[in-house]
Design a protein around this ligand. Structure first.
Ligand SMILES: CCC/C=C/C(=O)SCCNC(=O)CCNC(=O)[C@H](O)C(C)(C)COP(=O)([O-])OP(=O)([O-])OC[C@H]1O[C@@H](n2cnc3c(N)ncnc32)[C@H](O)[C@@H]1OP(=O)([O-])[O-]
Length: 332
């Protein structure tokens, strides 16, 4: 039996049976461990490069009060991290409707990356600080009358947002406190669990066809993984926006709660999920999502080119302009 790396211990995902990388070869060259990729079964992709988090949340630096909450906010997203529970809340606050502009998406990815790199954070609740709106989806003005370079940059940011949320190692819970069409719905679908306010005026769905555009394959894949093929097919073709009670019935969201109970319920669900050992949950999550993530990762540039040529078409530009006009007229 070869000796194991000096780094090997109960913090390694493969503990107590050392994986190949944890075992020192006959050359005694030190082998890096813990190394999550080495410990993950073949064919399962680690969700992020961050080492496993179980047993490391709630680690308090000496001398700091318990339940220390850290907040950082750039512009469009307010982030609060409660280090005692290991749970962060990301609150969208980009009036009027939390549309996913290039700036919003960039800030979103930076904020999530910061949390991923923070060893005190194990779970994130996504919610909105804007009354009645979770997110109105992609900012349509980013797709109208812009250069091909701009479309490429914007679409890369949309892809990045999805790859980060869908592939996130941390527990992600969407606390949907308002309407959530298209890209807003995608954010919620990419989380591990969705709780929505019990209000039939709030709706959620992938309504792209109503704008004369098509939800990309990875929006579709994410939807299918949540609700199944038949419901996704019908809902996508019709561009349906499901009022909250219908969204619950179809499985688009996991539960409905009164508005005033939303944050409390999200915290309780998060505590349930965080009670599991992170490494087992993370590897399971990766196993469930890897195929869908890989499909975009391996076709990313093609997908950008497709978006550019589709969006640049005059017929699509016309549809988007008409839709924006309709929204403007409606808002008076
Ligand atoms: C291949 C691509 C895949 C695409 C994915 C997508 O996500 S596509 C996106 C699919 N998304 C949708 O189809 C959602 C479209 N939006 C809505 O259905 C509603 O706005 C609402 C239900 C979100 C909020 O209703 P409410 O009565 O509370 O608010 P309101 O309606 O009065 O709007 C206030 C202001 O915001 C403006 N604005 C709104 N949305 C967007 C946007 N996405 N972008 C930019 N601007 C937007 C609106 O024009 C108005 O501006 P004005 O005139 O004041 O200068």
């Amino acid at each position: 039996m070869f000796p194991v790396s000096p780094n090997y211990g109960s913090g390694c995902p493969c503990f107590p049976t050392p994986c190949a990388q944890a075992v020192l070869g006959s050359t005694s060259t030190p082998v890096p461990c813990p190394a999550l990729p080495a410990c993950v079964p073949p064919g399962v992709l680690p969700l992020s490069r961050r080492p496993p988090a179980w047993g490391r949340a709630a680690r308090q630096p000496p001398g700091l009060p318990l339940a220390l909450a850290r907040a950082f906010s750039n512009n469009k997203i307010l982030v609060e991290l409660d280090e005692s529970s290991g749970v962060a809340t990301m609150k969208f606050k980009s009036p009027p409707v939390n549309s996913l502009s290039l700036d919003f998406l960039t800030e979103f990815c930076i904020s999530l990356e910061k949390l991923e790199n923070n060893r005190a954070c194990r779970g994130v609740i996504l919610t909105s600080a804007i009354p009645k709106i979770f997110s109105s989806g992609l900012d349509i003005t980013e797709m109208c009358g812009k250069s091909t370079e701009h479309y490429a940059e914007f679409w890369r940011a949309v892809q990045e947002m999805w790859l980060r949320v869908y592939g996130c190692n941390m527990v992600m819970i969407a606390a949907v406190n308002g309407s959530s069409p298209a890209g807003g719905c995608l954010i919620a679908l990419s989380c591990d669990y969705r709780i929505m306010v019990d209000n039939p005026k709030f709706s959620i769905g992938l309504n792209e066809t109503q704008l004369g555009i098509v939800a990309p394959f990875w929006f579709k894949d994410t939807f299918v993984n949540v609700v199944g093929q038949r419901i996704a097919e019908r809902s996508l073709q019709l561009g349906a926006l499901h009022p909250a009670p219908e969204a619950l019935k179809l499985g688009v969201v996991d539960e409905l709660v009164p508005e005033e109970k939303l944050q409390e319920r999200a915290a309780a669900v998060m505590a349930q999920w965080l009670a599991l050992p992170d490494h087992a949950r993370q590897i399971t999550k990766s196993m469930m999502r890897k195929t869908v993530l890989d499909r975009l990762i391996s076709h990313r540039e093609e997908d950008i080119q497709h978006f550019i040529s589709f969006t640049s078409k005059e017929s699509i530009q016309k549809s988007l302009r008409m839709y924006m006009e309709m929204l403007r007229k409606k808002s008076g």
